[in-house]
Design a protein around this ligand. Structure first.
Ligand code: NAP
Length: 252
């Protein structure tokens, strides 16, 4: 694995699982999120348990100036970033067309504009030096038409799959990671009712990060953790779109 990784959204859920797994492998980290106290606590714990070097970079990725600071850090070749994990994310409750458009703008900025900018900075630095890897945390929601969140994740999967092919010869591996429902702070932060989601559909954040890193070593463009979600995603990607939309509509 690479010497230094930048992880966005490492203070909770899937991003925290990446941070802990990478630190356990001896990878130095740059941690990006909004909550500075949590970033400090996490970096103290990671240093204590794994002795790795940690930089923290507090940033709200929906703020263009903060996003620029993170891109500038990625472009800094004096301490090269070998792996970018574009993970930070959040969603809003309610279907597109009923929600506040200002909130939709923020969601678009976080789920599309931020990973686009960070990926741009990483691809330029990594292809110039001839090695590097990018994990874009999307979702199995990318494979079903289910409102703006699904559309944003679909965009990220599409760009990642193209970049995987385009930059392979330059020594850069790009992966779209598509987890299903994962126990994190995500649903509670958006105040979603998740009581009707059956137990078998839930993944553990650590299993998601482990599957992604395993697939990254195999240079796989698409990582879908767990057999059950691989089966569901294959059905969703090949069934008629109207049927997929109808089934998805019955879900949460
Ligand atoms: N949980 C699921 O079921 C699920 C399924 C498929 C895909 N995903 C995707 O997985 C990724 C991680 O989600 P999660 O479930 O681990 O969520 P989570 O537990 O809520 O963690 C989200 C992380 O993102 C950071 N973050 C949120 N808004 C940010 C902003 N504006 N600027 C910078 N950092 C921000 C948070 O830190 P701060 O609050 O300190 O900024 C936190 O570290 C997301 O892209 C999500 O769409 C989740």
């Amino acid at each position: 694995m690479t010497a230094r990784a930048l992880v966005t959204g490492p203070t909770a859920g899937i991003g925290a699982a990446f941070a802990w797994r990478l630190a356990a492998e001896g990878v130095d980290l740059v941690l990006v999120a909004r909550d500075e106290d949590r970033l400090h606590r996490l970096s103290d714990e990671l240093r204590r348990d794994h002795g790795v070097d940690i930089e923290i970079l507090p940033a709200d990725l929906t703020d263009p100036d903060a996003l620029d600071r993170v891109s500038t850090r990625i472009a800094d070749e004096s301490r090269p970033i070998g792996l970018l994990v574009n993970n930070a994310g959040a969603s809003i409750a309610g279907w597109f067309g009923t929600t506040d458009i200002a909130l939709e703008d923020r969601q678009l900025d976080l789920l599309v504009r931020a990973p686009m900018h960070l990926m741009d900075a990483a691809l330029k630095a990594m292809s110039r030096r001839g090695y590097g890897a990018i994990v874009n945390v999307a979702s199995v929601a990318a494979f079903t038409p289910r409102g703006a969140y699904s559309a944003h994740k679909s965009w990220l999967v599409n760009l990642s799959l193209w970049a995987h092919l385009q930059y392979a010869d330059a020594g850069v591996v790009v992966q779209a990671l598509c987890p299903g429902f994962t126990r994190t702070e995500f649903h509670q932060r958006m105040d979603a009712d998740i009581s009707d989601i059956p137990e078998w559909m839930w993944l553990k954040a650590d299993d998601v990060a482990a599957a992604s890193l395993r697939d990254l070593r195999r240079r796989r463009a698409l990582s879908i953790p767990s057999t059950r979600y691989r089966v569901l995603s294959t059905l969703a990607r090949h069934a008629p779109i109207g049927l997929v939309a109808a089934v998805a509509k019955r879900g949460r």
